[in-house]
Ligand binder design. Structure first.
Ligand code: TXA
Ligand code: MG
Length: 322
C-alpha cells in the first residue's frame, strides 16, 4: 500500500502540520543533529508498530524516545542524580541515555521491545525541538532508513527509501554531526554505541572509567545496532587502503585523495559529517561501474572511534542482520 508522503519544510505552519500528523498516528521523518529520525507518537502502540513495518526493522530492536527536555521523560523513566548530571551536561545534544523504564509507564510497549529500560535523547536541532513541543508527546524515532541500510543525513536520503511508506518528511537541510548519537548506560558506565560524545567526555563527567562495548555481538539483545553488518552499503568495502586497485572506487582522507574524499583537511568531524552521504554516492557509482569500495585509513581517536565502529560494520560480511 502506498501512502501519500507530504514533503514539508521547517516553517512554523509545516511543523504544525507534521505535529498534527504525529498526533493522528502518522510517521514523520525529521532532522536531528545526528541523522534524520523516523518519528511516531511514543504513546501510540499502533503508530510505533508502523515504524517497524516502514523500516522492515526486526521487532526485538528497541527505539530511542526523543523529548524536548529531560523533565518530559519523568513520567516514564527512572532518574537518579548521576543521570540528571549527565543530562545537564550533554542535553540537548547527541547523547542517548539508557534508563530504567517505570513499571506503569504510558510508553507504547513496542518502543522498548520487551526491555526493562528505555533509551532517551533530547535533540538540539531547533526544528526537532519545535516539532516535539508542537506535537506535545514524546517521539519514538530510529534513523529514517530501511533496516540495515546507511543512516540518512539529508531529506533526499529519506525520500529514496521511505517515500510512499510514511506520512511526511520535514526537509531541514543536512545534519550537523552526521553519525548517530552515543548510547550510554549510566548504571554500568558503558557506551553501547560510540558517537561524537566520546568515552573521554563521559569519563570526565562521571569521574569514573567508561567501558566500551565495542566490536562485539555480545550485547545484541540490548543494542542490535551493534550487530555485525549494519549501516551497510551494497558493495563490498575494503578498509585501511592506502591506494585503490583497478576494480575499486576509492574514498580518501587527508593527504590520500580518492574518487571521493571524506575530508581533504584531515578533519575527523568533517569526515563524520560527510561519511554517510559519501558512502551512498560511492556505493551507487560502484554498482553502476561493477566495482567495489576501498577507503583510506582514519585516525582512531575521538570521533574516529565511532567512525571505525560504523565502518567495521559496513565492511562486515553480509547476512548477520535479520
Ligand atoms: O542519533 C540517533 O540516535 C538517531 C536519531 C534519529 O536520534 N537515532 C538512531 O536510532 O540512531 P536507531 O534506532 O537507528 O538506533 C537506536 C539504537 C539501536 O541500536 C537500539 O538497539 C538501541 O538504540 N536501543 C534502543 N533502546 C535501547 C535500550 N533500552 N537499551 C539498549 N539499547 C537500546
Ligand atoms: Mg539506525
Amino acid at each position: 500500500m502506498t501512502i501519500k508522503t507530504h514533503l514539508l519544510t521547517s516553517s512554523r505552519a509545516d511543523i504544525e502540520h507534521a505535529a498534527a500528523l504525529l498526533r493522528e498516528g502518522g510517521l514523520v521523518a525529521f532532522r536531528t543533529e545526528t541523522v534524520y529520525g523516523l518519528g511516531a507518537n511514543a504513546f501510540d502502540q499502533n503508530a510505533v508498530l508502523r515504524i517497524y513495518e516502514a523500516k522492515g526493522r526486526p521487532s526485538f530492536n528497541p527505539l530511542i524516545v526523543h523529548v524536548a527536555h529531560a523533565s518530559a521523560s519523568e513520567e516514564f523513566a527512572v532518574w537518579d542524580d548521576k543521570a540528571r548530571a549527565l543530562a545537564a551536561a550533554f542535553w540537548p545534544g547527541p547523547l542517548t541515555l539508557v534508563l530504567p523504564l517505570k513499571p506503569d509507564a504510558p510508553i507504547a510497549p513496542a518502543v522498548s521491545a520487551g526491555n526493562t529500560t528505555v533509551a532517551i535523547r533530547v535533540p538540539a536541532t531547533p526544528s526537532a525541538q519545535e516539532l516535539l513541543r508542537a506535537a506535545g508527546c514524546p517521539i519514538a524515532a530510529p534513523s529514517a532508513n530501511r533496516s540495515g541500510q546507511i543512516s540518512p543525513t539529508t531529506a533526499d536520503h529519506v525520500q529514496g527509501e521511505l517515500l510512499g511508506r510514511i506520512e511526511a518528511i520535514v526537509d531541514d537541510g543536512p545534519c550537523a554531526v552526521g553519525i548517530e548519537s552515543t548510547i550510554f548506560d549510566p548504571r554500568t558506565n558503558t557506551i553501547l554505541r560510540p558517537g561524537s560524545i566520546t568515552a573521554e567526555d563521559l569519563a570526565r563527567m562521571t569521574g569514573s572509567p567508561v567501558h566500551a562495548a565495542l566490536g562485539s555481538n555480545d550485547i545484541a539483545p540490548t543494542a542490535p545496532g551493534q550487530l555485525t553488518s549494519h549501516y551497510a552499503p551494497n558493495s563490498a568495502l575494503r578498509l585501511g587502503a592506502t591506494q585503490p586497485n583497478a576494480t575499486e572506487i576509492f574514498i580518501g582522507f587527508g593527504d590520500i585523495k580518492g574518487d571521493f574524499t571524506l575530508s581533504a583537511a584531515g578533519s575527523l568531524d568533517e569526515a563524520a559529517n560527510q561519511l554517510y552521504a559519501i558512502l551512498r554516492a560511492a556505493d551507487s557509482l560502484a554498482e553502476r561501474e561493477g566495482k567495489t569500495l576501498a577507503m583510506a585509513p582514519l585516525p582512531e581517536e575521538g570521533i574516529g572511534l565511532a567512525l571505525k565502529d560504523r565502518l567495521t560494520r559496513a565492511a562486515a560480511p553480509r547476512g548477520k542482520t535479520p
